[in-house]
Design a protein around this ligand. Sequence first.
Ligand code: MF3
Ligand code: CO
Length: 266
Amino acid sequence: MAIKIKTQEEIELIRKSCELLSKTLAEVAKILKAGVTGEQLDKFAEEYIKDHGGHPSFKGYNKYPASLCISVNDEVVHGIPKPDEFKEGDLVSLDCGVFMNGYHGDMAYTFGVGKVRPEYEKLMRVTKQSLYLGIEQALVSKRTGDIGFAVQDYCERENGFKCVRELVGHGVGKTLHEDPQVPNYGRKGEGQKLPENCVIAIEPMVNLGRKDVYTKRDNWTIATQDGLPSVHFEHTVVVKNQKAEILTTFEWIEKAIQENPQLVKI
Ligand code: MF3
Ligand code: CO
């Protein structure tokens, strides 16, 4: 399938979805702490999105049962919200999508609950930084491999972590997953060429230990084979000539983290 180039009107609609999405995750961050359950966060996120005129993109997508993907510790992505309480030391990845006015936005952020081990904090910092290094490559005439290389080189060669191979970033628009696929590994100059005004989600999933993952018995949750933690950050961005435009924002989430004594400040 060809990469869809968006009009400025379409980009503005995606921006609106991304804005509500960014606010939703920030509101969730305000209530995230040890003792809260994934199901509680999911219910809260769904209501917040609906109250503000949006629709949770993930709910019903391939029969996915929730509005958030909540992936804890060794879970990489696509964790189904559970009745279990988060506990001190957990790494909690929240992934969410908002559909509004015909267009999706997609983002993810990983939080540390209470106090987490120093190597987990480093994994969070490095993965988030790798997302921004990937975004720096989201330029006209660059290729998806340039993004993948930037993410992988920083996470693996510079920092000794491992990027997950089985799951990739993607185009975003009228559907949640469009072309191109955006792997978190690769070689410079390989993959599809990026046109101006295509909208893509870049989403490094990075493991502390080995790169290998498996699907849990619920047929959704992806987890690391070695049981070591994994971290996930994601932005929706517009490809431009000089500098990609980031449509989602971590600003409100990070303000909420600053004001929530129960979350790790990275
Ligand atoms: N958020 C995931 C992504 O970034 C998609 C979730 S799949 C769903 O691509 F089924 F859970 F919706
Ligand atoms: Co995505």
